[in-house]
Design a protein around this ligand. Structure first.
Ligand SMILES: [Zn+2]
Length: 316
């Protein structure tokens, strides 16, 4: 029996697929402590061996803890991802990791020195409770820095180019290369159960990531033809209908069309941004929820810029 279960930890979703003979995990998480707690939960769920870890793409929250999984599960664990991960993890994931270490290494001593004088990072005076909060934040930052310094990135043992089918009696698990959020996105499709695990190609709040909006739209258009019963996005709650998938497709196609129209009129990016009218799409996507609205508004300028760069490329 296949029991897909999605759990939201930290930031990204990990999905546990239990087949008749083994367990597969989709997405590795960034922190080893999160991996350890997920691993404990899998042990409570089943005695079957964990044989596959699928990386949907190279971003840290989906691939950074590959080595932790290997350490916990052992060498029988095979890590699988799109072939581009062989180069993207050692270069792009590593670069982001190095950047994070450098940033924390710089900011923590400054924050500590300031705190010793009762001040915050920007030199502002702190009251007693703010000092307590700052002390805690510094301790957490130090623990995170220690953890990041210990990270050893691992590339997948097994890679594929366009499709990889893991055959199981309980229902096949199909890995599909569906680029968009990055160049090497993997989407996991369980045809028997009609469960679609999208990685960040579909996010609670659309974010272009390191990808190309026209590719996101192509991939989402393709996937909508699968008529999934359950969609597990890279972040956020499980979807039991197509509404979110369709809304996200609508957003990207509106942004791309708007960019194309404005470029044909010779408008600049600033003018294009000013002329953008999404109608009620923002309200339909966020449901008026303040955090969702803030995220939507935060990502929109970058999303529009990516869409316009993408359309400019196709015009040339
Ligand atoms: Zn991502």
């Amino acid at each position: 029996m296949l029991q897909p279960a999605a759990m939201r930890f930290n930031d990204s979703n990990s999905v546990v697929i239990v087949t008749e003979r083994d367990v597969m995990v989709v997405d590795a998480q960034a922190d080893s402590s999160t991996v350890e707690s997920l691993y404990e939960k899998i042990l409570e769920l089943t005695d079957l061996p964990i044989s596959w870890l699928i990386n949907t793409h190279w971003h840290a929250d989906h691939s950074q803890s590959n080595a932790t999984w290997k350490r916990l599960v052992g060498d029988q664990l095979r890590i699988v991802g799109h072939e581009s991960l062989r180069t993207d993890i050692p270069t792009r994931t590593q670069a982001l990791l190095d950047e994070q270490i450098e940033r924390l290494s710089g900011v923590l001593p400054r924050a500590e020195a300031n705190l010793a004088e009762g001040k915050g990072l920007a030199g502002q005076d702190l009251d007693a409770s703010q000092r307590e909060t700052q002390k805690l934040a510094i301790e957490q930052g130090k623990a995170q820095l220690e953890e990041l310094r210990r990270v050893e990135l691992l590339v997948p043992d097994v890679t594929y180019r366009s499709v990889l089918r893991l055959e199981r009696d309980s229902g096949d698990v199909v890995l599909l290369h569906m680029p968009g959020h990055t160049a090497g996105d993997t989407v996991v499709w369980l045809p028997e159960q009609r469960v679609l695990i999208t990685g960040d190609l579909l996010d609670e709040v659309p974010f272009g990531g390191h990808g190309t909006p026209s590719a996101i739209q192509r991939s989402l258009d393709h996937l909508s033809g699968y008529f999934p019963a359950i969609v597990v996005p890279g972040h956020g709650p499980i979807q039991r209908d197509r509404e979110r998938l369709d809304l996200v497709r609508e957003l990207w196609s509106k942004l791309l069309r708007h960019c194309r129209d404005q470029q044909q009129l010779g408008r600049s990016l600033d003018q294009t941004r000013d002329a953008l009218d999404l109608g009620d799409l923002r309200a339909r996507m966020t449901g008026g929820e303040p955090v969702a609205e803030r995220n939507f508004d935060g990502f929109l300028p970058d999303n529009l810029e990516r869409a316009c760069a993408d359309m400019a490329d196709t015009l040339e």
